[in-house]
Design a protein around this ligand. Structure first.
Ligand SMILES: [Zn+2]
Length: 344
């Protein structure tokens, strides 16, 4: 199915439809979305979440080829609603604040002279440990062991997990994540990672030494800030519940306070919903907190009619074929989707 789609894309591109789409959608704002940049094998582990430096470099070259004008987020949002966007405007956003944003993305962006915004979730910046649930998923993905032996752990009734059974493997993984996230301190979670890493033969110390699945340190965030890469809000604990206003507000306040303390400045007024989960009733909470824009994980292009707290993005990762990225960037895939919807 995907090969058919790619063949259609290649044909449409060859006859000039991509260029036509880029012209047709020239007045929209395209917001690109990235997460992590692969230091080792993370792009094979989570191709939607990570991108290799080589593919990211190709993407930046594609932006140049299409004559895309990359603006800073604040400027882009203001001009979108003022109706003063330049043609072919885009902005680059990066979610979460992975370590590799500083070491891989920032130098690439600097080489191309492009601005970007990083939405930083601050809990793991403070802790300095890798993201717990991601580390466990990585270990279970990477292991070549056929079974995992456990000695008396609270989260599993079984002493041996058959890792060749995909269901059993998944059940054990999530039982561990759910139990530890609900009941353990960060130190206890680290101990669990060390034990599981040994049992799965994916040493936790190696993950830490390479800074895989880690967020940036405070020092690295300050370096980004000094390089002119914009740092913005993504909640403190990566949650923004739509049914608990007090907690959602606290998440924003804690995130802002942590960023202010780290960077010694204010001005955090752009937000990205964690995990792309959002609800219209949250818009008033964002307004009350002085947030000027919020991006979602909805795919698509933005016009003046797009609500400022429901901005759509182009989600890029190693999973996208260069043709799929190009189709999204020039607005072709979006036009095709609306044509199909209209025809249906
Ligand atoms: Zn996120």
């Amino acid at each position: 199915m995907r090969s058919v789609k790619l063949a259609v894309y290649a044909l449409c591109r060859a006859v000039g439809l991509f260029r036509l789409a880029a012209w047709w959608t020239r007045d929209t704002l395209k917001i690109l979305c990235y997460h992590g940049f692969a230091l080792a094998d993370e792009a094979r582990f989570r191709p939607k979440l990570f991108i290799t430096p080589a593919v990211f470099e190709q993407r930046l070259a594609t932006l140049r080829r299409y004559g895309v004008r990359v603006l800073g987020l604040d400027d882009a949002v203001e001009r979108l609603y003022a109706g003063t966007l330049p043609p072919r405007a885009a902005t680059i956003t990066i979610d979460d604040g992975f370590h590799s944003v500083r070491t891989l993305a920032a130098p690439a962006l600097a080489r191309h002279g492009l601005p970007a915004t990083v939405y930083v979730t601050t809990y793991y910046v403070d802790k300095g440990t890798p993201i717990f649930r991601l580390v466990l998923q990585y270990m279970f993905w990477k292991t070549r062991r056929r079974e995992l032996r456990l000695s008396n752990v609270a989260w599993s009734p079984d002493a041996v997990i058959d890792l060749t059974d995909a269901d059993a493997r998944e059940r054990a993984l999530w039982a561990c994540i759910d139990y530890c996230e609900a009941r353990c301190s960060e130190d206890e979670r680290v101990a669990v990672c060390e034990q599981l890493g040994a049992g799965l033969d994916v040493p936790y110390q190696d993950i830490v030494a390479q800074r895989l699945l880690h967020l940036m340190t405070g020092e690295q965030l300050r370096e980004l800030d000094a390089l002119g890469i914009d740092v913005q809000l993504h909640t403190h604990r990566h949650v923004f519940p739509s049914d608990d206003e007090a907690r959602a507000r606290r998440e924003l306040e804690d995130n802002r306070a942590a960023l202010s303390a780290l960077l010694g400045r204010e001005g955090f007024v752009h937000f990205c919903y964690p995990s792309g989960l959002w609800d219209e009733r949250q818009w008033a909470w964002l307004d009350a907190a002085g947030v000027r824009s919020a991006t979602t994980c909805l795919g698509g292009l933005n016009t003046r009619a797009t609500p400022r707290h429901a901005l759509a993005r182009i989600l890029d990762g190693e999973n996208l074929h260069p043709l799929e990225f190009e189709a999204a960037l020039c607005g072709f895939s979006d036009l095709l989707r609306s044509l199909v919807r209209r025809g249906a």
